[in-house]
Structure formats: structure tokens, C-alpha cells
Write a protein that binds this ligand. Sequence first.
Ligand SMILES: [Fe+2]
Length: 476
Amino acid sequence: MLVQLLLLSSVLLTFVSSGNAGVTSAFTRNQWPSVDIPLDNEVFVVPKGYNAPQQVHITQGDYDGKAVIISWVTADEPGSNKIRYGLSEGHYDLTAEGTVQNYTFYNYKSGYIHQCLVDGLQYDTKYYYEIGDGDSKRKFWFQTPPEINPDASYKFGIIGDLGQTFNSLSTLEHSLQTGAQTILFVGDLSYADRYDNNDVGIRWDSWGRFAEKSAAYRPWIWSAGNHEIEYFPHLGEVTPFRNYLYRYPTPYLASKSSSPLWYSVRRASAHIIVLSSYSPFVKYTPQYKWLDQEFKNVDREKTPWLIVLMHSPIYNSNDAHFMEGESMRVVFESWFCHYKVDVVFAGHVHAYERSYRISNLFRSNGSSHTVADKSAPIYITVGDGGNQEGLANKFRDPQPEYSAFREASYGHSTLEIMNRTHAVYHWNRNDEGKKIQTDTFVLHNQYWGNNRRRRKLKKNHLHSVISDLRNRALGL
Ligand SMILES: [Fe+2]
């Protein structure tokens, strides 16, 4: 494993330090048509039984991972708000009580949407839970993360722009095979806004049932995309994010945010910051002021990995959505470099792209252009979940120097944190029903990769090994 890590890291260092020309993958393969799966398909099946809970999904419920928010929908009547849970299957000796609400969107009337905070959980523990009443009870489970610890290992999956086509299904199923413990979702969930009138709400419901096989068992950390805005004056619906906000709660209060659209959570050894590309973010706005403070709250001694999620990518060399992230880059890029963000994940562009460590800051000599920058994050676009709009297969030519690898295929990523210094990253292409690891590298932590800190870490490690050996020799 060590040899493999060293080999992979030397490959990455070659790419990063020499600024080699990037790669535009020549891979092309016909995918399934980019049309939504028909509503009568089994992936959208309504669970059996009167008022059976459906569209079950969980997300982190607090700042540090000792709580989850569990959401579900009942179609016929409000039913019970209770969650019964415990440490073994069938033994639900604990309960939590949630809330229920419904809403209308044009003439569509939603089901009863339940949200329940389950808190005070133990770290690194598998919990079993049951929801619903009578013969319609349903059972699920989830695993809490390890306690916040700089060397806690953890595996994240990254998915964006998912939709509900057969390509989306392929992405979801491949992601399940990776063993990802939590999904970082970079916006654009259901693409229900592509429908008219009542079908908008109906396709939010079908997407909830579609995603349940993953989202009921592991937290999805949500961020909102443009397809969540749903500003429809022709239907009399002018409140942005209305369907999304009713259905996908986030623990924003725990990070002292004033909006569910931007917030942060800490999980294992990672501090994850979620931004909203479609909410005000310029100087003096609530999102700007919150992020200013939240970066100061990051403690790399406790959570070495600093990850940012947003929808619209800051660096993108695809014709699709070219420069749309530029306004956010101007406002936030200097912070990303100053605070040494490890990686920024985005979606929006329906293709895959990874950048080198680069920045385009206004420098003291008055110049501003993209240069190699060791303090900068790696920017990764994973907008390739497989929605009905199809692939963005027109990359700009020539490939810009900042672009390391790009390919117009469907897929998803994993980021497996090994310890405070190393993480292994994969982008997995969907290839005729198979999951193919296509872009792979070792990510060196931006804080602990610093030479002085690394030497200190090695020295401390050596001291603890020597004292361990001495204790063993003395029979202590
Ligand atoms: Fe988008």
C-alpha cells in the first residue's frame, strides 16, 4: 500500500510541479439516451402499505457528526412523526420526535414531509431505525462518523447534477459499490424544473424515491444548484428554492449560518464548507460575512482537510457555462488560497474536469493572470451525474494551462482520507454499466504538507515509536 501511495504521489507531483500540458481524454462512448426514466419504472416504486414512509433520506444534523436529520414523506395522512432507533436490528429502545409539514407548488399538493433530528449519538456506531405505523413500518440503518480527529480515515463520495435518467441510475449504483460513507452532493438534484405545472412536484417525489437506496443509509451533504431555484412567475411561484428547501433540510444553524443554502459541517478529519452559487455572496452580504468568520473557525490541527462545495465551477474550460463562476472566483479565491483549501468540488458542467493548483489573484505588481500556486486548491468539476440534459462535450481548444484532466463522460468521484497528510482520490467513469477508475491521484494535505510541520510530525511519531519500544522492553 505504501509503495502504491508513493508511486501515485510522485505521479501527481510531476503533474503539479512541472505544469505539464493537461490531458483531454479522447474517450467517447454512446450512453443511454438522456431521457428521464418513466414514472412506472421499479426505481420509483411507492413502498407497499397504507401511508408507508417514502423518499427517506438523511443528512448530518449538527456541527461535529453526533446527530442526523432523517426526512421522509407520507402520502395519505400525516401519520407518526416518531423515529424508533437502537444499536441492533429490531431493538429500537430509543425514540425521537420530529415535525411534519406540507406545501403547494402551483396546483400540486405535496405529501406530508417529516423531519426528525436524532441527536446525542455515539461516534463510530451503527444505528438501526424504523419509521411508519402498523403494517407500513420501514427499517433502515446508518453509521455515525468517528470522533473529530486529525488522523481519522474516512471515505467521501462526490456526486453532482444527478437527475433521474438511466445514466443517473448507473451513477447511483456505482457510487454504492465504492463504500463511500457520506456523499458530498454538489447541486442539481432532480431536474424536476424541466417539467410543467404539477409534474414539477411529481418529479421531486420520484427523485426522492430514486435516491433513497443511498440517501436513507448514509448522509448526503446537500448544496443547491440552479435547477433548485425554480423561479416560475408563469405558475405564480416566485420564491426561489421552494421545493428544495421544504424537502432537503441542512444543519445550517449549527455553523451559525442564517440560511440553509450555505453552512458547514465537520466530519471525522474534514471541515466541509457548502456555498451557494445562487445566493448573494459579494462583500457585506450574509453569505460573505458568514464565510469570512467560518474560515477563521477552521482548526487544521483538529480537521486537517478543508473541502469547499459549490455548484458553479470557478475554473472550467468547457464551452458549457464558461466563466459563470467568475464572479464567485473574484470574491472568494483569495480566501481559498490564504486558508489553504485542499479541494473545491463543483458541478453544473455535465462533464469531468480537474485543475492543477493555480490561482488568478490580483498581485502586488498589478498583474492578474492564472499562475501555478502551491497555496491554491485543486478545483474539480463533477457535474457528470447523468441528468436529462446530456453531456457537455465541447471543451475549449487549446486546453488552458490550468486544466489537468478533462473528459465528457458520466461518472462520480471518491475521496478517501487516509490520515492527516494523505488522501486518495478517484474519478470513476460509467462505462457501459461498469465503473472504471479513470483519474486517480494522491492528494497531499495543504496544511500538514508544509515541510516544517511534516518534519515535526515525523519527529513526534519517532518519539512515540521509541517510547513504545522502551515501554515494551521494560514490560510496561
Ligand atoms: Fe447546474
